[in-house]
Design a binder for this molecule. Structure first.
Ligand code: ZN
Ligand code: ZN
Length: 325
């Protein structure tokens, strides 16, 4: 296995997409991500009224928002990058909803993600899509590996080394150790709610399917897309030392995490969508929590500082809150 350094990759600064990927390969990779979504979209009208109800949909959307937010605001922006400060109750709530996304225990997630930032697209990155090389075949293999394959690697990132703050926190260690409780809860909760509200086994079953299985798969795919798609395709307005990129169509499902090029340039920023028009639901949630006093010391981006990191200086006028001197 050869692992590439970003400087080894022949990369055209002015070319936003990975041009070395042929059309056929792009379609194949796109299909891998899009076909499950289309299948679900088609299944909705077919199942509607029988195998799918308004209740299933409401439970699925509600649990999606809570668990996706638990990952983006909790696991990622708070626990990994410390973009703001929170009291114990808020900390536990964020860890609770993040754990319900079933993306692994909090301590392991944080350690893996910090290692990703430290070695981004270089040797040591747990999930770089560039690890097998730059040929078409290698990128396709790398995309699959960074999307899901890396999760099955047995060499876990050292928690003591990369997440000592989490390891020292008794609440978070307990929640990480008892991760299985959240796995069971995340699967059972929709079934119990669906069953009790409709008072039927059928209601329990359909809620389990839509608000349990489909919701979990959806949040998984979106998070993994940040590791795969957002290091290969998209735009790179900022000068980062890796191949992270911004992917607009993933902004809403990922709650703002797909402004990933900016995130690698300023990892502790509470907002990733810093250019005008870049929707960032997680940043809006943090803003709301700040206004209600739930969180403090939020690290909002500094436009003047970010302006220096733009490839094209003219783009500084697109930065939110930029004041021309
Ligand atoms: Zn990244
Ligand atoms: Zn990050």
């Amino acid at each position: 296995m050869t692992t590439l350094m970003p400087e080894d990759i022949i990369f055209d600064e002015n070319q936003d997409d990975a041009e070395y990927l042929g059309k056929g390969m792009r379609i194949t990779i796109g299909a891998f991500v899009v076909i499950p979504l289309i299948a679900v979209a088609f299944a909705i009208p077919v199942a509607w009224g029988g195998w799918l109800s308004w209740l299933d949909l409401a439970l699925a959307v509600g649990l999606w928002a809570l668990t996706a937010g638990g990952i983006t605001v909790g696991y990622h922006r708070y626990f990994t990058h410390r973009s703001f400060k929170a009291n114990r109750a808020v900390k536990i709530t964020l860890a609770f909803f993040g754990s319900l996304a079933i993306q692994g225990s909090l301590d392991q997630w944080v350690a893996d993600h910090r290692k990703h930032h430290k070695f981004s697209d270089e040797i040591g990155d747990p999930h770089s899509p560039w690890r097998f090389g730059t040929s078409r075949k290698a990128i396709a293999k790398g995309l699959l590996y960074s999307h899901v394959g890396w999760l099955f690697e047995s060499d876990n990132t050292g928690i003591e080394k990369y997440a000592p703050d989490i390891a020292r926190d008794k609440d978070l260690t307990w929640m990480s150790k008892h991760f299985y409780i959240f796995v069971i809860s995340s699967l059972l909760l929709p079934a119990v709610l669906g069953g009790l509200i409709t008072w039927s086994w059928m209601g329990a079953l359909t809620a389990f399917f839509w608000a349990g299985l489909i919701r979990i798969a959806f949040v998984h795919h979106v998070t993994w897309s940040i590791n795969s798609i957002c290091h290969v395709f998209g735009t790179r307005p900022f000068q980062s030392r890796d191949l992270s990129s911004n992917v607009a169509w993933l902004a809403i499902p990922s709650m703002g995490e797909s402004w990933h090029n900016m995130h690698h340039v300023d990892p502790s920023s509470a907002r990733h969508g810093v250019l005008k028009g870049q929707v960032d639901i997680s940043a809006s949630l943090i803003k709301g929590m700040e206004k209600t006093g739930l969180v403090t010391d939020v690290r909002w981006p500094k436009p003047e500082r970010l302006a220096k990191k733009l490839k094209n200086p003219e783009d500084r006028f697109r930065l939110r809150g930029y004041q021309p001197e």
